[in-house]
Design a protein around this ligand. Structure first.
Ligand code: ADP
Length: 511
């Protein structure tokens, strides 16, 4: 089925986008819209989107529930074919969608196009995974019994996503959900609904039957809340803040559904005295500052051996102060704005507070408003030294371009400090010593561990997720996604009794 265009109309040259429910693009029941603005220039209106509410959520869940049985019984090979086609459609639009991603989210064009390309790769990956075996065959106590497991979908899955990877995260949730036979109601972050529309368009045009994938845009309270409370939703996959994750835990614990949470991080990069300093510098700066630090895997603590902390911090300062911050559409720009004014103000407030708490400000330090940057949500890449590991700056995720340096004496203290936070998403170690690298892998409390590379690197074919407060003891991506998006059925098949056995049983009963 080829879907009607997502565009519901234009008003004053600005496009208006609807929800996608039951295979059709339609406005919110209320007819209300919300605005999406470019964080690099608040005068640039990206589009108007459906400001949905409970009625829209109910309709989307009903469409997904109605489509569930048909999609569950669609062959995995056919589901794979649709994902493959969606990959080709999105790939043909990578430049346009990447540019739109940059316009609504603010990361650089290179990152926007790179992320869209990643989404294409993820669709292809799950087209492949859909064709893999999904069960296991076991020996039985009875030799004649055929004993095996098969994986079945959960049913209707809610996909709730943040703004920081507005096409990759939705894709790495929706692609496996669909590959394994679930139907989906997708609620994207209100700050990045255009990428959500573009992903849904590609999947709809690839031939998804009506109701299999539904998109409802709008506010968390008006859309997210009724969605997670709907009894027909049997699985919820969420990436976002720890505060919201905690709320979802409570709601779901009461009503019962399968829940996957990907939450925050306070990711350390440990630099030992024997590290290749040039190599470590590049990875620490990129890990901390790319995407303006708005990655859950961003490096926010540089834990550096006291032997080299002085010169290393000075070189960090040079690199960070030299970063080109500006319009993310320009090729020379390395760091764009934060996602919106509210986040820029919040991070500027955290920088102020860290200074008052005694951290030593070395570079950056607040908003950037010169050279036209006053029209956008710009925050200077910021470096602090002498960070107390137990201070707010040492403990809490700021989600901005802010790096704190913590000095330690050697490897053991470094790992102890690295672990002394409530998060455990990713961690890096820079060393030339294989023994230390192996000890770090053993001792660090993190779901993703890097040796000699930045904390923010994550490939889509391997499991992704954190330990401790960063996750819900589940993993996304790679083959791990199958565990969340399916449930097991264990099947015992015994041969029917032979005619001889039946006759013997009958004659035995007569005697
Ligand atoms: P971020 O600001 O990083 O996007 P949030 O945790 O605030 O992180 O939001 C992540 C996603 O969860 C967004 O799509 C948001 O609208 C949604 N959301 C926020 N609060 C709730 C809630 N109480 N119930 C369901 N979804 C919510």
């Amino acid at each position: 089925m080829v879907a009607a265009p997502s565009r519901a109309g234009t008003a004053g040259g600005v496009e208006t986008y609807g929800n996608f429910v039951g295979g059709e693009w339609r406005p919110a029941a209320s007819g209300d819209l919300f605005e999406n603005r470019n964080p690099a220039d608040r005068d640039d209106l990206v589009g108007r989107f459906a400001a949905s509410g409970e009625e829209d959520v109910r309709a989307a869940v009903a469409a997904a529930a109605e489509a569930a049985e048909g999609w569950r019984l669609t062959s995995a090979i056919a589901r794979s074919g649709i994902l493959l086609k969606a990959a080709a459609i999105l790939e043909s639009r990578v430049q346009q969608v990447g540019r739109e991603l940059t316009r609504e989210e603010g990361k650089t064009l290179k990152e926007g196009i790179g992320e869209t390309t990643r989404a294409v790769q993820i669709l292809r990956y799950y087209a492949g995974e859909a064709q893999q075996p999904t069960g296991e065959h076991y020996p039985s106590m009875s030799p004649a019994t055929l004993l095996y497991t098969q994986r079945e979908p959960l049913g209707v899955v809610a996909v709730i996503t943040p703004w920081n990877f507005p096409i990759a995260i939705p894709t790495w949730k929706i692609a496996p959900a669909l590959a394994y036979g679930n139907t989906v109601v997708f609620k994207p972050a209100s700050l990045t609904p255009l990428c959500a529309v573009r992903l849904v368009e590609a999947l709809a045009e690839a031939g998804l039957p009506p109701g299999v994938l539904n998109l409802v845009t709008g506010a968390a309270s008006a859309v997210g809340d009724p969605l997670v409370r709907d009894e027909r939703v049997t699985g919820i996959t969420f990436t976002g803040s720890n505060a919201v994750g905690g709320e979802l835990r409570k709601i779901v614990a009461e009503r019962g559904a399968k829940l996957q949470l990907e939450l925050g991080g306070k990711n350390p990069a440990i630099v030992l005295a024997d590290a290749d300093v040039d190599h470590a510098l590049g990875h620490v700066v990129n890990g901390a500052m790319m995407s303006a630090g708005q990655k859950c895997t961003a490096t926010s603590r540089a834990i550096v051996d006291r032997e080299l902390v002085g010169p290393f911090t000075e070189r960090l300062r040079e690199r960070i102060a030299g970063l080109v911050v500006g319009d993310p559409q320009r090729p020379e720009t390395q760091i764009g704005p934060l996602v919106d004014e509210g986040n820029a103000e919040r991070v500027a407030g955290e920088i102020e507070r860290a200074t008052q708490d005694g951290a030593r400000l070395i570079a950056g330090g607040g908003r950037l408003t010169d050279n036209g940057r006053g029209r956008g949500a710009y925050v200077a890449p910021t470096l602090f030294a002498d960070v107390d590991p137990d201070s707010r700056l040492g403990q809490e995720e700021l989600f901005g371009p802010v790096l704190g340096v913590i000095a330690v004496d050697g490897m053991d203290e470094a790992v102890a400090v690295a672990n002394r936070v409530r998060f455990g998403l990713s961690a890096s170690l820079f060393t030339r010593d294989l023994g230390r690298a192996l000890a770090f892998v053993q001792g660090i409390q993190a779901g993703i561990v890097h040796v000699n590379s930045e904390t923010a690197g994550a490939e889509p074919q391997v499991p992704f997720g954190g330990m401790k407060g960063s996750s819900s003891y589940s993993r996304e991506q790679g083959k791990a996604a199958r565990d969340f998006f399916t449930q097991l059925k264990t099947v015992y098949i015994d041969p029917p009794p032979t005619p001889v056995a039946v006759a013997e049983r009958r004659s035995g009963g007569a005697a």
